[in-house]
Design a protein around this ligand. Structure first.
Ligand SMILES: *[C@@H]1O[C@H](CO)[C@@H](O)[C@H](O)[C@H]1NC(C)=O
Ligand SMILES: *[C@@H]1O[C@H](CO)[C@@H](O)[C@H](O)[C@H]1NC(C)=O
Length: 298
């Protein structure tokens, strides 16, 4: 009997792809925000279609989008090196609070793994970060802060890897600090390419996924000569734009001042000119704007 039960459990979970897929169990995000949810898969499924569906039971799950269909609200990205699919849901509404399934299409029965998304009032989530995208620099350190409400064990985990609160994580040194109430900070030092990827904070049954990007530190304050000629740098372009705008404004000011000066000068002269001249002008509207007083002067 026990063996049968174990076998049944094994079959059920096997069908739902517990081994094949690994994702969050529950994420809470602010109303109106954007959420990104990673889902890792086994390497046997690199080329299979991945999709997301919505619904508490797998049988009645409503297909939302796959790596073949993207929309303004939903999108999916498949990182075949890390074997992680990232689902993005934008502009969160109350109706987005639901159970979802991360799925892999395959012959026979597809694999699916369930997770839950809760949409909360702004700032009311029990676990939150300012941004799900964190950028650090090579050989440098980065501190990632996560706000929490309540008490309990807090974990920092690499998606598809280990959880750590100290020691090494893919070569980087990890340390954590909870001295500020309601804030858990993780510092990772000695960042390398190995540390690029998805992580999550885990607290009180909720997870908050965070993508850590590690790049070269941008060179600060480029010299005049290089900044002016390497036009494909965005910063440079903005300098040029700023200079062009300043020059344009200056030109405009000069023109306006000159015009004003001319008008004032003209006005002074017009008043000097006798009335009959002005009457003559009024009879011919076409020329009424021509600086008539000048003609009188000649
Ligand atoms: C924590 O959650 C409780 C309700 O569960 C709420 O009353 C309280 O304001 C929250 N605290 C913070 C700092 O968000
Ligand atoms: C934890 O953070 C606080 C405040 O940022 C700091 O004063 C303290 O030294 C840190 N503790 C450790 C062990 O790093």
């Amino acid at each position: 009997m026990m063996t049968l039960f174990v076998t049944l459990v094994f079959i059920c979970f096997g069908l739902n792809g517990v081994q094949a897929l690994n994702t969050v169990s529950h994420v809470a995000m602010d109303f109106g925000g954007t959420v990104e949810i990673p889902c890792q898969y086994e390497e046997n499924y690199l080329d299979n279609v991945k999709y997301l569906c919505k619904g508490s039971s797998w049988g009645s799950c409503k297909m939302l989008f796959s790596d073949k269909i993207n929309s303004a609200k939903y999108s999916i990205e498949d990182d075949k090196v890390e074997r992680i699919i990232t689902f993005t849901i934008k502009n969160l509404e109350w109706s987005d609070s639901e159970y979802y399934w991360c799925n892999i299409e395959r012959p026979g029965k597809d694999y699916g793994r369930q997770f839950r998304l809760s949409v909360t009032n702004k700032g009311e989530s029990k676990l939150s970060v300012d941004s799900q995208l964190i950028t650090g620099y090579f050989d440098d350190q980065i501190t990632i802060k996560c706000k929490y409400n309540g008490s309990g064990l807090m974990k920092w985990c690499r998606v598809g890897g280990d959880c750590r609160t100290s020691g090494k994580m893919n070569g980087a040194q990890v340390s954590t600090n909870r001295s500020v109430t309601g804030v858990f900070s993780v510092t990772m030092s000695g960042l390398t390419e190995q540390n690029i990827g998805w992580y999550w904070f885990d607290f009180g049954g909720l997870q908050m996924p965070v993508f850590l990007e590690v790049t070269e530190r941008p060179t600060t304050t480029p010299t005049e000569s290089t900044s002016f000629f390497s036009s494909n740098q965005p910063e440079t372009t903005s300098y040029i734009y700023a200079a062009a705008i300043a020059l344009g404004l200056l030109t405009l000011i000069v023109i306006v001042s000159l015009l004003t000066w001319f008008m004032l000068k003209r006005k002074v002269k017009t008043t000097v000119v006798e009335d009959p001249a002005s009457l003559e002008c009024a009879e011919n509207p076409v020329y009424s704007n021509v600086p008539r007083p000048m003609l009188h002067q000649v």
